[in-house]
Write a protein that binds this ligand. Structure first.
Ligand code: FEO
Length: 407
């Protein structure tokens, strides 16, 4: 018996993906709620599979396809994105299904050929090209660097359905397949975290893409991403969030990220926080002994100020701070102000190294980096407090938005 079931999106489109309840580390991103790898079956005259799944989930995808149609009847496979969570099962799928054609973007064709020894040619499709599936059709739209060079959307005009690969997705393992079946706060949290950690570096391109989509004025009923729920009730909501996030608007939320060895840097962090709050900012503190780098990325997305503190250890940054600095530099969240701080015993290099890292992230350093030897005195803590308040006042001048919603 095949217990696996496809889930219908329309009369002719089915979700045939896989649910990964186990994954917690997705190339450095803490996926606390697991994820899904969404693949879609279009029951057109030319039966079409859009994307596949991560390799270990091949059988799950095939079982779901088999609940609708004999997989060997699939005529066409489209790869919207070559990353392995969507193409890992492609070689086995092609071997099992033997479709007539495999389509990908030009860069996708190159990327897939470099990753896999595929048993068939890949036909590259161009931006704007339409592929006839008989009674239905697919229109392709390149979305280069959103978030890989190969990425593209496929649009099914007859059902007004956009297959958006990673875009508009989230990492959420769930038995619910649609946005209206999931609690709003879960959608908000996971969509925010996903944008923050996957798409922030490409924000200028997100703005351009959304303008292009708006120009083409595609009639749209549903957005079907490659992770998480399908947007059928309120796709406008996620598109509006993307438009907003891509602007990287500064808010009145300050994020304080630090680690501490014997408590001194923590004392400084708390004094900065009190000053920030006294100045009218809201504050989110992320002690790195208890916070994952991807949760830092999430909080920074909707913030206006970033303060980073590190003790000096062996003439260097504390390891967790070094990790988070490297990660944040990659995310490239712009329009932040901030400062660096830390404690030390005898050499004290870390504060300067943090400040240097923050400058490389284009954080505008509105207060002198401050380092304290051994344990901060009452005067030192007063200076941290005063600096916090001064940063809060600067934030108020620059930000209209609160940004204090808890995610
Ligand atoms: Fe879900 Fe970029 O892969």
């Amino acid at each position: 018996m095949n217990a696996l079931q496809a889930v219908p999106l329309t009369d002719s489109v089915y979700w045939v993906g896989a649910i990964d309840w186990t994954i917690r580390d997705f190339h450095g991103y803490l996926t606390s709620r697991g994820t899904t790898y969404n693949a879609y079956l279009i029951m057109a005259d030319k039966i079409t599979l859009v994307d596949t799944v991560k390799q270990p989930f091949f059988s799950e995808m095939m079982g779901r396809i088999a609940s609708v149609v004999d997989p060997s009847k699939i005529d066409v496979v489209v790869s919207n994105h070559a990353e392995m969570d969507h193409s890992g099962a492609l070689p086995q799928t092609l071997a099992a299904v033997q479709p007539e054609k495999l389509y990908a973007s030009k860069m996708g064709a190159r990327g897939l050929a470099r990753h896999f020894a595929l048993p068939m040619e890949i036909t590259p499709v161009a931006d704007g090209e339409t592929l006839s599936l008989g009674n239905l059709s697919l229109q392709f739209m390149e979305t280069k660097l959103l978030h890989w060079p190969d990425s593209m959307f496929s649009y099914l005009p007859e059902r007004e359905l956009l297959f958006s690969q990673d875009a508009f997705g989230m990492h959420l393992a769930s038995s619910q397949r649609f946005d209206d079946e999931v609690d709003d706060w879960v959608l908000d949290h996971e969509a925010t975290k996903y944008y923050a950690n996957i798409l922030t570096p490409f924000s200028p391109l997100v703005t351009k893409l959304l303008a292009k989509v708006q120009e083409t004025n595609l009639p749209l009923k549903m957005i079907a991403p490659d992770h998480g729920p399908i947007w059928r009730k309120d796709w406008q909501r996620i598109v509006a969030r993307y438009a907003h996030w891509a602007q990287m608007v500064p808010t009145r939320k300050a994020v304080i990220v630090y680690d501490t060895m014997w408590g001194s840097t923590c004392m400084m962090a708390k004094a900065y926080a009190e000053g920030l709050m006294a100045g009218g900012a809201c504050v989110h503190q992320l002690p790195l002994g208890a916070s994952h780098r991807s949760d830092v990325g999430t909080q920074v997305l909707e913030s206006g100020a970033l303060l980073i503190g590190s003790p000096t250890i062996n003439g260097n940054l504390f390891p967790t701070v070094a990790d988070t600095l490297a990660y944040l530099r990659g995310l490239n969240r712009l329009n932040l102000i901030g400062t660096a701080f830390g404690s030390y015993g005898w050499s004290g290099e870390a504060t300067r190294q943090v400040a240097q890292g923050m400058e490389e992230m284009h954080v505008e350093m509105v207060a002198e980096p401050f380092r304290v030897q051994w344990v901060p005195t009452a005067e030192d803590l007063q200076r941290c407090f005063d600096t916090g308040r001064q940063i809060a006042e600067e934030m108020t001048k620059r930000a209209d938005e609160c940004g204090c919603e808890v995610h």
